[in-house]
Design a protein around this ligand. Structure first.
Ligand code: SAM
Ligand code: SF4
Length: 350
């Protein structure tokens, strides 16, 4: 039975933030000091996450993505993946990660039952990677992508938030990645192919460009850096030719996919601002501290942690999830300047 909300949308996808902590401080996601971490006892335990996912699966929500903060900084993440992968009715288990620790865990994650990863990568230039993430090494993320491909966590999708003045001059370089695994002679993007990890893994690249969203305390900043996807598309087509509509995966996500003529990989555009896709939204979000958030861009949340710790049964949790599904708003209201300020993106998981 599909789980329908008040607007007849089928809710089939739960994004689970497993930690609010992160090993990076991306400029569009959190401040240089980071967000004050929640004390450990405020964060859901693995058994509690499992209960929520089990309840969701019983309601027909069969797709789960682990996110954060950075999911791979939480100890025992492979164990959580194994616990969740065993839940009946869960037919897709994926992760979004910055990739820094992925080379270390890719094989184990795959063996534990993870299907796929999305990896965030906003630049192909080492010094710029350090500027955007404040703490990271580009080669670590590239090695993570290569390891994920080798481990079969495919398709690996690369998520690139495009920000004016920061990385918008690289969209064509990213698009070129989709032509192929890098050829030996590497005629394009030489900046990248010289970097440790870039050649490994083989397989095609799938790149998704994302419009930066105002959220938490980044609202003014995001406004200044915003680049509409129409502009990104134009730049790519001017340089590399017309994009051809394509499909990737089950097609139910928010991205619209295209392919460059002759390319193996795909290019996706995610347009939460310029062309919102709320009418097809199929998701709920669980924050690391156990709040169900019906809409990324609304601060309304339903507390699950308190009932979980007071002995709620699976049926009780199913009722609360159904309440969240019912409370899903028809759409976000960013265009009317209603900006959610309650949490940073790192606390919700994107
Ligand atoms: N740490 C992991 C990562 O970076 O992939 C998972 C959490 S991160 C919050 C999830 C996604 O949200 C990333 O792809 C990130 O680029 C994106 N994101 C963060 N802040 C954003 C913003 N203000 N607008 C659009 N996307 C954002
Ligand atoms: Fe961390 Fe991901 Fe936010 Fe970057 S985008 S600071 S990696 S949570």
């Amino acid at each position: 039975m599909p789980c329908l909300d008040s607007f007849n949308r089928s809710i089939s996808y739960l994004r689970v933030s497993v930690t609010d902590r992160c090993n990076l401080r991306c400029v569009y996601c959190m401040s240089a000091e980071g967000v004050p971490w929640r004390p450990h006892d405020e964060v859901l335990r693995y058994e509690e996450i499992e209960t929520v996912v089990r309840a969701a699966a019983e309601l027909g929500i069969g797709k789960v993505r682990l996110t954060g903060g950075e999911p791979l900084v939480r100890l025992g993440m492979v164990d959580l993946v194994a616990m969740l992968a065993r839940i009946p009715g869960l037919d897709d288990l994926a992760m979004t990660t910055n990739g820094i620790l992925l080379a270390r865990y890719a094989e184990e994650l795959r063996a534990a039952g993870l299907r796929r990863v999305n990896v965030s990568l906003d630049t192909l230039r080492s010094e710029r990677f350090r500027r955007i993430t404040r703490l990271g090494e580009l080669s670590d993320t590239l090695e993570g992508i290569a390891a994920a491909k080798q481990a079969g966590l495919v398709p690996v999708k690369v998520n690139t938030v495009v920000i004016r003045g920061l990385n918008d001059d690289e969209v064509v370089d990213f698009a070129r990645l989709t032509y192929a695994p890098p050829p030996a002679s590497a005629p394009h993007s030489p900046q990248l192919w010289g970097v440790r990890g870039a050649r490994g893994g083989g397989g095609e690249w799938h790149v998704r460009f994302i419009e930066v969203m105002p959220l938490g305390n980044n609202a003014d900043w995001a406004g200044n850096g915003y680049v509409p996807m129409s502009e990104v598309r134009e730049r790519i087509e001017e340089e590399l030719g017309e994009l051809i509509p394509a499909r990737l995966g089950d097609g139910s996500g928010p991205a619209r996919y295209y392919r460059l003529p002759g390319a193996q990989g795909t290019i996706g555009f995610i347009t939460p601002i310029s062309e919102h896709f709320c009418y097809q939204c199929n998701r709920l979000r669980l924050t690391a501290d156990g709040k169900l958030r019906p809409c990324l861009l609304s601060d309304y949340e339903i507390d699950l942690r308190t009932p979980l710790r007071r002995g709620a049964t699976i049926e009780d949790i199913k009722h609360l999830i159904a309440e969240a599904v019912h409370a899903k708003p028809e759409r976000h209201h960013l265009s009317e300047q209603v900006i959610p300020r309650g949490r940073a993106m790192s606390e919700i998981g994107g």
